[in-house]
Design a protein around this ligand. Structure first.
Ligand code: PMP
Length: 309
């Protein structure tokens, strides 16, 4: 019998206040980050995958003997892989062959099957391959399709959003998050807008199609996720890979927080929102998410850039 976990410890992640990054932070302008690597699989994607799998089971789309199939550049795959192992399902993942080697080893540890796609086609190439396989053998697979599955954003609508509201005691005025599948932004954004009509929702994207912001999409040139509604955002900010990496280095050295690269992108955008508030003499409570930990990126060179050899 596979070990069935009741709730598996997904969600209810800690939130921390960041004060050291600007001299003015911590009083009239406050900045909080939710540390999503405290999820069991080490990233925010545990939330969406847990919800999509539980709902697929409830609808009898995922039954014993079926294989879980999806396209993912990393964290979603890790979430499927550990949940599949815990619940006793085989997992097949379409991933660009350029996948970060640390993530690849984690997927292999959970015994997931990897279907490698052309790195030049990026995450879109992996999506095309997953669709092709599902179309060829629909009875073999359960294909949650995180880009089109409403359970993705609902995990954040029912989980991440209310957690942010409670952890800030209803004080949140701005929410800032990067767009990958857009599940985090859509789910948290919709919930917070219901709780507080004047919430400002700020989305974050890479500034170019070829970027190193793992997990984020350049919407203008990517396959736009079906769950994405561009009308939800009040403001759309863009960040370069180098700027995000710089923030990641600073977070580690100056705040003692080892975060992943998309966290650096989210942080930079949140600091821009904070600076703009300061410039207008306004106050506010800004919340962002740190989707995964810097441990998944330790092989990258940027950690030592700017340091004497
Ligand atoms: N950052 C990282 C590291 C991710 O893996 C993801 C998921 N693709 C995101 C950000 C974006 O999250 P979402 O898919 O909910 O938009």
């Amino acid at each position: 019998m596979p070990s069935l976990l009741a709730n598996a410890g997904v969600g209810h992640t800690p939130i921390v206040e960041l004060t050291g990054l600007r001299p003015y932070l911590g009083t009239r302008i406050r900045l909080f980050a939710k540390l999503e690597w405290f999820n069991p699989g080490g990233s925010i994607k545990d939330r969406a995958c847990w919800r999509m799998i539980e709902e697929a089971e409830r609808r009898l789309e995922l039954t014993p003997g079926k294989t879980l199939l999806d396209a993912t550049s990393g964290n979603t795959g890790i979430a499927y892989a550990w949940i599949g192992a815990a619940k006793g399902y085989k997992v097949s993942l379409c991933v660009p062959a350029s996948i970060n080697p640390v993530r690849r080893r984690i997927l292999e540890a959970f015994d997931a099957e990897l279907i490698l796609t052309d790195p030049l086609d990026g995450s879109d190439g992996a999506i095309v391959e997953a669709r092709r396989r599902f179309a060829a053998e629909p009875l073999r697979y359960c294909y949650p399709d995180q880009y089109s599955n409403p359970d993705n954003w609902k995990a954040h609508y029912d989980g991440t959003g209310p957690e942010i509201w409670d952890q800030t005691e209803g004080r949140v005025t701005h929410f800032v998050a990067g767009l990958g599948t857009s599940g985090t932004f859509m789910g948290v954004g919709r919930r917070l807008r219901e709780l507080r009509g004047d919430i400002r929702l700020v989305s974050v994207e890479p500034d170019s199609p070829f970027h190193g912001l793992e997990g984020l999409k350049h919407m203008e040139t990517a396959i736009v996720p079906a769950i994405f509604d561009p009308k939800l955002a009040d403001e759309r900010l863009t960040v370069s890979t180098e700027e995000a990496q710089e923030q990641v280095r600073r977070l580690a050295r100056e705040s003692g927080i080892l975060a992943g690269v998309s966290s650096g992108a989210n942080l930079l955008a949140a600091l821009r929102v904070a600076d703009a508030l300061l410039g207008r003499g306004e106050e506010g409570t800004i919340v962002t998410v740190f989707p995964d930990s810097g441990e998944r990126y330790l092989g990258e060179r940027f950690w030592t850039e700017g340091k004497a050899p």
